[in-house]
Every structure is written in C-alpha cells, then in structure tokens.
Write a protein that binds this ligand. Structure first.
Ligand SMILES: C[S@@+](CC[C@H](N)C(=O)[O-])C[C@H]1O[C@@H](n2cnc3c(N)ncnc32)[C@H](O)[C@@H]1O
Length: 195
C-alpha cells in the first residue's frame, strides 16, 4: 500500500466523500478559529479538486454562498459557483471582481505553486500567490471579515505575516494536524478586517 493510502486523513476523506484530504485541514481550522459561519459568503482560491469548497458549503448551508476559483477545472459541486482562471492574471481578476458580490465574509486560499523541489524558489512562489490572494481580498472583503491563507515557510514569511497582521485585529500562524509533517506549509488565520 502506498504511503498516501495508509494516511489517516486520506482514508477519512475517501470514506466521507471529500475530494481531498485537505478538507480536514479546513475542518480543523474552523473548529479552532470559527472563521466560517452559517450564511457566510466564501471565496475559495485554489479550490481544485474541491475539498475545501465542499466543507465550506456544508458550513454556510443554503443561505450562504461559495465561489471557487482555480487554474484547473473542478467537477461541479452543488451550490458552489466556479470560476476558472489564474489569480495572477489582471484581466481574470477584473472579470471576477465584476461578477461577484463585494461583501464577502471570508476569503480562503489553499493555493500551491507548481513545486520545483528548490525550497527557496517554492517559498518565493508561494508568497507571491499569497500576495495576490491578499490583493484580491482587499477588494472584496467586508469590514470585520476573515482571511485564511496557506504559505510555505521561509525568509519572506515574516514580512507577509506582519502585513496581514496590520490589516486584521486577530492574526495567527497555524499548522493544522492534518498537514503532512514533512511539509513546510503554514496557514495564516486572520480575523476582523480593519477596513
Ligand atoms: C493544494 S491544491 C488545493 C486543494 C483544495 N483546497 C482542496 O481541498 O481540494 C492547490 C490549488 O491551487 C491552484 N493554483 C495554483 N496557482 C494558482 C493560480 N495562480 N491561480 C489559481 N489557482 C492556482 C492549483 O491549480 C491547485 O488546484
């Protein structure tokens, strides 16, 4: 059996019908920080194959809305609107901004750059995606809204973290249990946007 198949969260995700083991990271983040609530409008950046969007939709329920964005195609999920494109592409972002509500309650980003195996390059690319995620967030997030973003740890992390901290009342770096131990990923959990 491959390592992946032996993995607890991989098996759990299969059993429960989640499209990714990553679904459990969002479940754990939300249990601890209560960032997504019933009725919320959620934008999920880097959403494919859709595990986070499934979890977000379950939490927000009928009255809420989930907008999923990715470079890759996503198989439809009931109640989730999907926009395919590159978060770094200005034109795509302009179209996206024109078609979605500007009172988003939370932006979540699990975006991951194509990894090269070169740690500092992968880190720099991950922070670049985080910057794009925050630039987008500034345009759509309502006052007191929340933001969750994944980054690879490295020397650019602190200045990114400090920037987010300046813009939110609560800001914490967090490693969910469901993260694979050997990865250098860390999630920034930010609440209460100071718009
Ligand atoms: C780790 S996966 C996300 C898993 C997802 N949270 C889930 O639970 O199914 C990272 C995603 O980020 C997307 N991504 C990477 N760069 C992107 C970009 N520039 N614009 C949009 N999506 C991007 C990738 O295509 C990939 O699907």
């Amino acid at each position: 059996m491959s390592e992946r198949k032996k993995d607890h969260y991989y098996r759990l995700a299969k059993q429960k019908g989640y499209r990714s083991r990553a679904a459990y990271k969002l479940i754990q983040i939300n249990r601890k920080f209560n960032v997504i609530k019933k009725g919320y409008v959620v934008v999920d950046l880097g959403a494919a194959p859709g595990g986070w969007s499934q979890v977000a939709k379950e939490i927000v329920g009928e009255m809420g809305r989930v907008v999923a964005v990715d470079l890759l195609k996503i198989k439809p999920i009931d109640g989730v609107d999907f926009y395919r494109g590159d978060i770094r592409d200005k034109e795509f972002i302009e179209d996206l901004l024109a078609s979605i509500d500007k009172k988003v309650d939370i932006v979540i980003s699990d975006m991951l750059p194509k990894t090269t195996g070169n740690r500092s390059m992968d880190h720099a690319r991950s922070i670049e995606l985080c910057e794009h995620a925050f630039n987008f967030t500034k345009h759509v997030l309502r006052p007191k809204g929340n933001f969750v973003v994944k980054a690879f740890e490295g020397d650019l992390f602190n200045s990114y973290f400090n920037k987010i901290k300046e813009n939110f009342r609560f800001c914490k770096a967090h490693g969910p249990k469901a993260s694979i131990k050997s990865t250098k990923e860390i999630y920034v959990i930010a609440k209460h946007f100071k718009r």
